[in-house]
Each structure stands twice: as C-alpha cells, then as structure tokens.
Design a protein around this ligand. Sequence first.
Ligand code: ADP
Ligand code: TRP
Length: 320
Amino acid sequence: MRILSGIQPSGALHLGNYFGMMRPAIELQEKGEAFYFIADYHSMTSLFDADQRRQNSLDVALDFLACGLDPKRAVFFKQSDVPEVCELAWILSTLTPMSLLEKGHSFKDKSAKGVPVNHALFAYPVLMAADILIYDSNIVPVGQDQKQHVEMTRDIAIKFNEQYGQTFVIPEPQIRGEVAKVPGLDGEKMSKSYGNTIEIFGDEKALRKKVMGIKMDSRTPAEPKPDADQNLAIQLLKVIDKPVGQEFEEKLRAGGMGYGDLKKKLFEVYWEHFATARAKRAELAANMDYVNSVLADGAFRARQLARSVLDRARQASGLV
Ligand code: ADP
Ligand code: TRP
C-alpha cells in the first residue's frame, strides 16, 4: 500500500495541520510505503516572497521531522525536486473539464472574497492530481478541506484510464472524523490564511497569550454550563488529549470552574504535548546538513518512481 500526502510551506504549521494531517500521516508510515512532500509549487499560488518560501520550506521540514516523520520509513521530499510532476499536470489538464475546476472550493472561496485569482490557483487541483497519481498512491491522508481535491483526482484518473487505457491507480482519501476540522481561536476552521492559529512550535510567551486570549462568554464560574461541549477551549482540549478534555467538559458542565483555569489547563496540556517534539526540533535545527540530506535522499527516491509512472502515461497517451 502506498500512502501519500503533501503540505504547503505557506506559513507556520498549526494544530489543525498537526492533528488533521501530520499525525495521521506519521502513524500511517508504519502501515505502508509512505511518500510525504513539501508542496512548494502549490505555495506559489498565494505566496510571492522567495526568501519566505525558502525559509518556510525548511521550517516545514523541521516541523515534520520533529513531530515524528521517520525518513527511514517514509520518503520525504520537496515537490519541486521532482519537476516531472509539472509535465504530468499538463497531460492531465488536457482531460480536465473546465466545469470540474469551476467547482473547486479553494478557487471559489478566494474569488468570492475578492482575492485576485491567478491561473495556477484555478488549475491547482490538476497539479494536486499529478502529485498523487505520479506515485501510484493508494491512500491520501488529509483534513476534510482536501477531500474535494482527492475526489477530483479520482475523476481525472478515471477519465485518463478510459481514454488511454489502464494507467493510473485510483486513490482514496483518508480523513479522521474526530479531527477533520480543528477549530481556530475564533471558532472557524483553524487555517494559516485566517490568522486564527495556534502554532505547533513557537515562542512560549506569545503562545500562552494567544491561548489565554480565547474569548469566552460572561457567565460566572459558579454557573453550570450545559453547553460545555460547544466551548472552544474544551473542543481544543479534546483534540489534544481526549480524556482530559472530557474531564474538563464535565467540570465546566457542573459549574464551579472559571474560564481562566480552563484556558490555563489547555495551555499546559498543549505545551506538554509537544515537549519532546520541541526538543527534537531544536536538535534538528542545529544540524541542517542532516535535514538537507534527508530531503535530497527523498527527492532521489521519489524522482525514480515519478519518472517510471510518467513514462507510463507518456506511452499510453502517444507521446512516445
Ligand atoms: P491551511 O488551511 O492552514 O493553509 P493547508 O491547506 O496547508 O492548511 O493544509 C495542510 C493539511 O492540513 C491538509 O491536509 C489540511 O486538510 C489539514 N488541515 C489544515 N487545517 C486543518 C484544520 N483546521 N483541521 C483539520 N485539518 C486541517
Ligand atoms: N493541497 C494540499 C493543501 O493545501 C497540499 C497538497 C498538494 C496535497 N498536493 C497534495 C495533499 C497531494 C495531499 C496530496 O493542504
């Protein structure tokens, strides 16, 4: 079984990325042949600062390795180190109906907000399809927001197979129900683009301030809160540590616990959860040669496979 996923280097990674995608991906590296990559080509649709992209890409590499991605088990690489994926994207785009891309929610959301959209953002699902199909991927662990993209990938692959004969493996998305959509500081989906994130790594003081600043209602501590499950701090606590979250949900429901104490607990549990990863990240950051060698080795392995699948598609479609 081949497992594949990618993450954009478009900003600091957060709890939504970790629980929605990284942790499931890290767990899956035990179950099959895993390919995980830093989607730097994708980041070009919305980030236009070259130095920032370079820095973010290294940060994603550090974050993922610190959180437990094991380069002995998983092939870990940067998307643009396998430029074959762009050729496959072109080939696939010729079989992708405009009407399919017009349904794409990342493009629709951005244009609805009045953000000027470039061609690459519109065509983004085709590049993502190429990412997935070029490694004969079976399983794609992602958060809920990426489900539509994997479904488009399936549609495009089926179309290609019908047109040119059996060529691509049809992938399946894998989405963990309970962490499909981790809420952000404002209760909306946590996302780099909404400025509502709690980062996985960062400055302790600033992060404590973010957590303690989560808005609560004006009910007194003594009041029982029958709607405790709707409380954002409880929801986040349950994502990070379910038993502790459930315990505090009961306390809040019963009354007698203040919101300040609840948020303090949330910060404590969160900070402790990443203690080992934080130490590992500091160690890795002092050894960037190692990190770069992991990515170089990953690129080499990924590229070999990509080349062979691309050749298959070139053959099937009559380019050779
Ligand atoms: P962002 O929305 O912050 O830009 P990305 O689009 O780069 O995040 O997402 C990277 C991965 O993390 C994807 O698989 C995505 O589904 C997952 N993910 C992002 N935010 C969340 C969230 N709030 N809850 C669950 N999964 C998420
Ligand atoms: N579009 C994904 C995101 O924004 C990143 C991504 C690019 C990806 N290519 C992929 C995820 C292939 C899974 C498989 O999160």
